[in-house]
Design a protein around this ligand. Structure first.
Ligand code: FAD
Length: 478
């Protein structure tokens, strides 16, 4: 039986796992990382990168079309083949040699295969030929195995060979008719993307009563109207009862309303589940297939000895690449600090580098629909549910000179949520063209707890869309 030992063993070399290992090595430890698929994980090859590479050409074209003078210069249509080629470039043709090189340069030992816990601090790696290597972690094991799509239990759905986000970001041809189950971020981005790439009929089948239900309600309403103008159909309060892939290849979808829809492809975007079913969690008294609940230093709760950590999607705190990487920096640094006996790392304080503070109050997200959505912090409902004495101020972005200059007929909305007792911003939501680049200012205001009376002196340049800050503060009576 092989038994190699490293200070830290990371299972899963997605964006999170890579960064845990990197920070641990930079902190003076040795690290091995285990990957069963592509080094770089979902974000690099099957999620963020391919989707954003494919979305950008359509948005760029529409932005040019929205400016008189530029509009007249556009004589052709979107070149779909070139858009796919752009996507292939951004995913390095699904070849991970660049990221493997990065691991090597970072002195991180890569082991290809399925990683599995086999007891306290012990991990097995089964390679593609079934050979098993046993590893031992001197300090810690970090689980960074991410999440995978949930396929709901709907009669006929699995047999209909639906797309998940993986197929939807790697396909090379637009289906003529695409039905999408769901109304969250992935569903809305994919509806935008495939409409731009030539799908004639895109239909969102959303069980709930609005799109993007985790955002401020104004976002779902605004986006739905934009989708309908762009000939994307949205059916709310709609469940799917049965799915059938017919002999002619079409998918027949029976809805709760009694209506039936036909599509050439069906995409399931109904949420994520943890990738922990085959991870040997039961060998350390955890439940196979569960999300891994962690404390603020990424240590898995309910495991004695404090040697097991989990970062990224798998801990269910914030299923976003940048938040996974933030948690990874906390996780790698705290493991190294605890190994050194650094007192600050024993019971870390909020806002220290060993405490994943932003997870609890300042998670920024950009949704790359057209128009874009950007949000950080609490919505009004979330703030009130936390007992915050919240005041909401709204402003139409289209009234800003910078927005009107940015695009003819610019339309968008901004909402700030202010904690009246502390006099600080606790949430911001923007929807409109190009708002994604604006949200970081709000993240800084929230993380810094900058009094809004002081934000008044952060004067936005004229004429930019950033003047939303001035208008929101005026609306808040400053
Ligand atoms: C369509 C789509 C678009 C998205 N767009 C964005 C975006 O624009 N911005 C954003 O911030 N987030 C986006 N996300 C979310 C983002 O992709 C995830 O939050 C991120 O990839 C999570 O990183 P991770 O490292 O935790 O997990 P993953 O990236 O899933 O990495 C986990 C790795 O572990 C490996 N693994 C799993 N089990 C084992 C095992 N037993 N042994 C060895 N290896 C194993 C997997 O092969 C994988 O490589 C998007 C998600 C989707 C689905």
């Amino acid at each position: 039986m092989d038994k190699l030992s490293y200070d830290v063993i990371v299972i899963g070399a997605g964006s999170t796992g890579e960064n845990v290992a990197d920070r641990a090595v930079k902190g003076g430890l040795t690290a091995a990382i285990i990957e069963s698929d592509l080094v770089g994980g979902e974000c690099s090859y099957r999620a963020c990168m391919p989707s954003k590479a494919l979305l950008r050409p359509g948005v760029a074209l529409e932005e040019a079309r929205s400016v008189a003078g530029a509009r007249e210069a556009i004589t052709g249509k979107l070149n779909v083949a070139a858009a796919f080629k752009r996507r292939d470039f951004f995913v390095s043709n699904w070849n991970d040699s660049g990221q493997v090189k990065w691991l090597r340069q970072g002195k991180i030992q890569l082991m290809r295969g399925e990683g599995r816990l086999v007891g306290e601090r012990r991990v097995s790696v089964t390679d593609s030929e079934g050979r098993i290597t046993y590893l031992r972690a001197r300090q810690a094991v970090a689980i960074c195995t991410g999440s995978e799509p949930v396929i709901p239990d709907i009669s006929g759905l699995t047999a209909a060979r639906p797309w998940t986000s993986r197929e939807a970001t790697s396909a090379n041809m637009a289906p003529r008719r695409l039905a999408i189950l769901g109304g969250g971020v992935v569903a809305c981005e994919m509806a935008t993307l495939w409409k731009q790439l030539g799908t004639e009929e895109v239909t969102l089948l959303q069980r709930g009563d609005r799109l993007l239900p985790k955002c401020e309600p104004l976002v779902g309403e605004f986006l739905q109207a934009a989708f309908e103008r762009g000939r994307i159909s949205v059916l709310l309060n709609t469940s799917v009862r049965q799915v059938n892939r017919q002999a002619d290849g079409a998918v027949r979808i029976a809805l709760s309303s009694g209506e039936t829809r036909l599509a050439d492809q069906i995409l399931v975007a109904t949420g994520r589940q943890p990738r922990t079913a085959e991870l040997g969690l039961e060998t350390v008294s955890l439940k196979a297939g569960s999300w891994l609940e962690v404390d603020d230093s990424m240590r898995v709760k309910k495991v004695a000895g404090g040697w097991l950590y989990a970062a990224g999607d798998v801990n269910h705190r914030a299923l976003l690449t940048h938040m996974g990487k933030y948690q990874a920096r906390v996780c790698g640094d705290v493991i190294a600090a605890r190994a050194r006996g650094d007192a600050d790392a024993t019971t870390p304080e909020p806002w220290s580098r060993y405490f994943s503070t932003a997870d609890g109050c300042a998670v920024p997200q950009v949704i790359f629909t057209n128009p874009e959505v950007a949000a950080v912090g609490w919505t009004e409902a979330e703030a009130k549910a936390r007992g915050i004495n919240a005041r909401v101020v709204d402003y139409d972005l289209g009234r800003l000179a910078g927005a009107a200059l940015y695009a003819d007929g610019y339309d968008g909305k901004g909402r700030a949520v202010i904690d009246q007792d502390r006099g600080v911003l606790v949430g911001m939501t923007l929807v409109g063209p190009a708002v994604g680049e604006l949200i970081h200012a709000a993240t800084i205001a929230i993380v810094g707890s900058i009094p809004i009376s002081k934000l008044w002196h952060a004067v936005p340049a004229y004429p930019t869309i950033s003047e939303i800050w001035l208008r929101l503060l005026e609306a808040a009576d400053l």
